[in-house]
Design a binder for this molecule. Structure first.
Ligand SMILES: O=C(CO)COP(=O)(O)O
Length: 248
């Protein structure tokens, strides 16, 4: 556990204006951020340049999606090459909103993961079960299947963070309990041990997302297999700093 650097991502989703993001960036740039935490902010595409130039270099920036090829006739899409060209080193892929609002399949997400990694972007790869899947007792089956497709497309796991985001916890205020999060993270690490390698299982950060706040982050962060967070709503507020410092 000690060897995995704590990772806190902010997923701003489709939020923010130049004005509000400037305020948020000033807050982050001037706050005391625990040095042991790796921080990455996921900005809307149109603000990637602005955010990369406005945030302190010790804070990473992520795009929230990208396509599976470098360029071409794909109206409305952007490529990892373009993201890199903005000085941005990360991309969030497979977020539940991409899967369930925009219908992205495991196969497409896998192809995007492979292409992003080939283009030297680091990837926050998201997985997570829906409420009906949890209630039907198929959580493991669902998250293992999603992880399998991601794993088939990863050669270098040092550039991947796995984000477990139960869909029922996203934006609902229904945070997974520390035990619920730990249970799934532990099983995911065991899956990596069996299906990838001991080294990857020991080193890959598995982060939790879903209604993380300054109030619940410390207990979640104290779980052995919770290596950080992917934060939605609270990442747009000053309390994001408290979440960054959850292990401080
Ligand atoms: O989807 C999420 C992060 O990617 C979580 O969103 P909330 O923190 O708003 O629940």
């Amino acid at each position: 556990m000690a060897s995995r650097r704590f990772f806190v991502g902010g997923n701003w989703k489709m939020n923010g204006t130049r004005e509000s993001l400037a305020e948020l960036m000033t807050h982050l740039n001037t706050s005391n951020l625990h040095e042991q935490t790796e921080v990455v902010c996921g900005a809307p595409f149109v603000y990637l340049d602005l955010v990369r130039s406005g945030l302190d270099p010790r804070i990473g920036v992520a795009a929230q999606n990208c396509y599976k090829v470098s360029r071409g006739a794909f109206t409305g899409e952007i490529s990892p090459a373009m993201i890199k060209d903005c000085g941005v080193d990360w991309v969030i892929l497979g977020h539940s909103e991409r899967r369930h609002v925009f219908g992205e399949t495991d196969e497409l997400i896998g192809q995007k993961v492979a292409h992003a990694l080939e283009n030297d972007l680091a990837v926050i790869a998201c997985i997570g079960e829906k409420l009906e899947e949890r209630e039907a007792g198929t959580t493991e089956e669902v998250v293992f299947a999603q992880t399998q497709v991601i794993a088939e497309n990863v050669k270098d796991w040092t550039k991947v963070v796995l984000a477990y985001e139960p869909v029922w916890a996203i934006g609902t205020g229904q945070t997974a309990s520390p035990d619920q999060a730990q249970e799934v993270h532990h099983k995911l690490r065991a899956w990596l041990r069996t299906n990838v390698s001991d080294d990857v299982a020991d080193s890959v950060r598995i982060i939790y997302g879903g209604s993380v706040t300054s109030l619940n982050c410390r207990e979640l962060a104290s779980q052995a297999d919770v290596d950080g967070f992917l934060v939605g709503g609270a990442s747009l507020k000053p309390e994001f700093v408290d979440i960054i410092n959850a292990r401080a």
